[in-house]
Design a protein around this ligand. Structure first.
Ligand code: TYD
Length: 152
């Protein structure tokens, strides 16, 4: 895979497979089919009090697919030049967030579940939690392309 440029234009919503059933639908996310990385970790945010904001960081190498498994929330994406806001409100859409993107997650509806599929196990050293450090990271990066999601 060609390494993609780390900007918000490469963070897109993908439609996931949905199997309709009057008794309840199923959505499937499978390695190699629905996201450009293998999933090594899954976590989810829930019981988020109204008005709470999550995120507020960037990752150096982590790829994520974010899904509103229930309810809705807004994801603010920022590549230190441009920003965009994506509302997620259906469990059959996923937002790909590539490395080097500052994200904030806001406007959680009551009962919202933010499901995150991630390309790596948890590593605190992969986080950038300070916005000015993030700006410096983007400014100093001689190579604006993302790390290989498969670590080749
Ligand atoms: P963080 O990713 O900062 O949460 P958010 O972006 O949703 O606000 O994680 C919050 C805390 O949870 C932080 O102390 C690290 C810990 N954590 C883990 O230990 N493992 C994980 O896989 C995740 C996502 C977080």
């Amino acid at each position: 895979m060609n390494r993609i440029v780390s900007d918000i234009h490469n963070c897109n919503v993908v439609e996931l497979i949905k199997i309709h059933n009057p008794a309840g639908n199923i959505t499937i996310i499978q390695n190699g089919r629905h996201q450009p990385f293998n999933v090594k970790r899954v976590y989810y945010l829930y019981d988020v009090p109204g008005g709470s904001e999550r995120g507020g960081h960037a990752h150096k190498a982590l790829y994520q697919l974010i899904v509103a498994a229930s309810g809705s929330f807004d994801v603010i994406l920022d590549d230190a030049i441009n920003k965009k806001i994506i509302q997620l409100n259906r469990p059959y859409f996923g937002l790909l967030v590539i490395p080097g993107i500052w994200r904030e997650i806001v406007n959680f509806s009551s009962g919202a579940i933010c499901l995150v599929l991630a390309s790596q196990k948890y590593m605190e050293e992969d986080y950038i939690r300070d916005y000015s450090e993030f700006q410096k990271f983007k400014h100093d990066s001689s190579d604006s392309r993302c790390s290989d999601p498969f670590n080749r």
